[in-house]
Design a protein around this ligand. Structure first.
Ligand code: ADP
Ligand code: ZN
Length: 533
């Protein structure tokens, strides 16, 4: 392969220029392409817009035979193939949008060897678990799997069809595989390598930091709509407002329209025609604001989005990163604002409890458990007092030292207090009641309640009984919630909310970890004075 390339082009840069007209590679592209040409498996994790496509497109053109690209999104597939064809490159796609006659015609072109890049949906590649008969006659030189996080239940966009890709390795044991994604936690990365059977993959991990984005979390309250209006009116340029449900999208879009804002709705409940229409009008700047569910945005390339507002709580950090990341693709400053209210937690919890197997009606326990954990991380993010980037990037396994200078917590640090001693009291009380009770009960014991329940359990004899009289019940509950959100104690989510100690709790109890609690504005003073009494 290498020598064949050498005779054709004096360098990879020449090939790049020849096929795509670009002068240089983006960071990472060259290394990835070289590994691919050496027939190694590669896992590419690069943020959206980083230039992933080129990483498999160029090797596909330089290698003999056919390259297969698995992609889950029909629209994306069509756009990419169109762009390649515009560059004079022999590419085609196969998916459910084509008629039977069209499919067979394209299959014939592939068998005849007139196609270099074949984009295909997973179910079409491995319909009945095996490679289609016609395709087995073709020499396949490489396989790329786009949006590879879709194989993982731990990702934010699990697609059962992607599970079938496990068969690929058996069907093409010698063919190198490149998996690509814009989002993968460490867990999802492991899953991708596992599920796709990647062999000693070279992992290319680009930074996920987007320095031009300003991240902020604001409390959700009655005036939130007015705040939104202000953001929209004050920002010259367009923006996206994400809501949790279709109904809320429709309502908010209407409300904004009534206030003279050019806004349109977007969600899966609208007809394909309306959706495409609204999307195009947003991209063309006919309207300023797109009010949308998470259905909006994948594969949409509008570089000058100036703000992304989450009017409701996102379901997980990855989703939040992706959605807010649609702002400022042009690298100019943009704002990402999340409105956070405790009521949203209940809404998301309800949505999670609705996850049932459609055929049996049984709850999907694994999915529910994963979703609950992911929700906890979002709440943790929203309530955090540290640099937002530490949490976001940490979620993707990227260490960030903090103090980004471009998030609310760095620009306006919240007052925090050292509540380590209180946390130790709280957690030892959880231990004394044998991790069998919830927040309210633990607070009762701490405050020396004479309630029947406490007395019946004989808990007035515990060493932690009444050691917390110096703080109000509300303060203890605030601490308790903060401990839960910081992951310093676990709260079972089976409906009983029993507090359980975890490894981090023990670090606090062993004095190996201090505990800071953000103090709501105005209460800092009371907390301090009551501590002295
Ligand atoms: P991703 O799939 O990572 O989101 P794309 O592959 O769609 O990103 O690339 C994003 C944009 O960057 C595309 O418009 C692409 O043409 C452009 N691009 C990719 N590589 C280069 C390069 N080496 N030089 C200039 N532009 C590039
Ligand atoms: Zn910061």
């Amino acid at each position: 392969t290498q020598s064949a390339i050498a005779t054709q082009f004096s360098s990879l840069e020449h090939a790049l220029k020849h096929y795509f007209g670009y002068d240089s590679f983006r960071p990472g592209q060259r290394q990835i392409i070289e590994k691919s040409l050496q027939n190694q498996d590669v896992l590419v994790i690069m943020p959206t817009g980083g230039g992933k496509s080129l990483c498999y497109q160029l090797p596909a053109l330089l290698k003999p035979g056919l390259s297969i690209i698995v992609s889950p999104l029909i629209a994306l597939m069509q756009d990419q193939v169109q762009a390649l064809q515009d560059n004079g490159i022999a590419a085609t796609f196969l998916n459910s949008s084509l008629s039977g006659a069209e499919l067979r015609e394209r299959e014939r072109a592939v068998v005849d060897g007139t196609v270099k890049l074949l984009y295909i949906a997973p179910e079409r590649l491995l319909g009945d678990g095996r490679i289609s008969e016609w395709l087995s006659q073709v020499y396949v030189s490489s396989i790329a799997i786009d949006e590879a996080h879709c194989v993982s239940e731990w990702g934010h966009d699990f697609r059962p069809d992607y599970r079938q890709l496990q068969q690929l390795r058996q069907s093409y044991p010698q063919v190198p595989v490149m998996a690509l994604t814009a989002t993968a936690t460490e867990r999802v990365r492991h899953d991708i390598v596992d599920q796709l059977n990647l062999k000693d993959p070279v992992v290319h991990l680009a930074t996920f930091n987007r320095p031009n984005l300003y991240y902020e979390v604001r409390p959700k309250q009655r005036q939130t709509y007015d705040e939104l209006l202000q953001i929209v009116r004050k920002t010259p340029g367009s923006g996206i407002v994400y809501c949790l449900s279709r109904k809320r999208v429709d309502e908010l879009a209407l409300k904004l329209q009534n206030d003279g804002i050019q806004a349109l709705p977007y969600h899966a409940g609208l007809t394909t025609e309306t959706r495409t229409d609204n999307q195009n009008r947003f991209i063309r700047d006919d309207v300023q604001v797109m009010v949308a569910t998470v259905a909006f945005g994948m594969g949409i390339n509008k570089p000058d989005v100036r703000f992304v507002v989450h009017y409701d709580l996102p379901r997980n950090i990855e989703g939040y990163y992706q959605e807010s990341g649609r702002a400022g693709r042009d690298d100019e400053p943009a704002n990402c604002i999340l409105f956070y209210g405790a009521g949203d937690i209940k809404t998301v919890e309800f949505l999670i409890s609705q996850k049932v197997d459609p055929s049996t009606g049984q709850p999907l326990e694994d999915e529910q458990r994963i979703a609950s954990q992911q929700l906890r991380r979002v709440v943790n993010y929203a309530e955090a007092t540290e640099c937002r980037r530490i949490i976001q990037l940490g979620y993707f396994g990227e260490a960030f030292l903090g103090n980004c200078g471009n998030c609310d917590n760095c620009c306006n640090p919240k007052p925090v207090e050292d509540w380590t001693i209180e946390a130790q009291k709280f957690l030892s009380c959880v231990a004394r009641v044998r991790e069998r009770f919830g927040m309210g009960y633990v607070v009762d014991v701490l405050r020396g309640s004479k309630s029947q329940r406490v007395l019946q359990n004989g808990h007035e004899k515990l060493s932690t009984y009444a050691i917390g009289k110096d703080r109000s019940a509300e303060e203890w509950r605030m601490l308790g919630r903060s401990l839960v959100h910081q992951g310093l104690v676990d709260e079972s989510s089976d409906g009983y909310s029993v507090l359980k100690l975890n490894e981090l709790s023990w670090e606090v109890l062993r004095k190996q970890r201090s505990v800071n609690v953000a103090v709501a504005p105005g209460r800092s003073q009371t907390a301090q004075t009551s501590g002295e009494t």
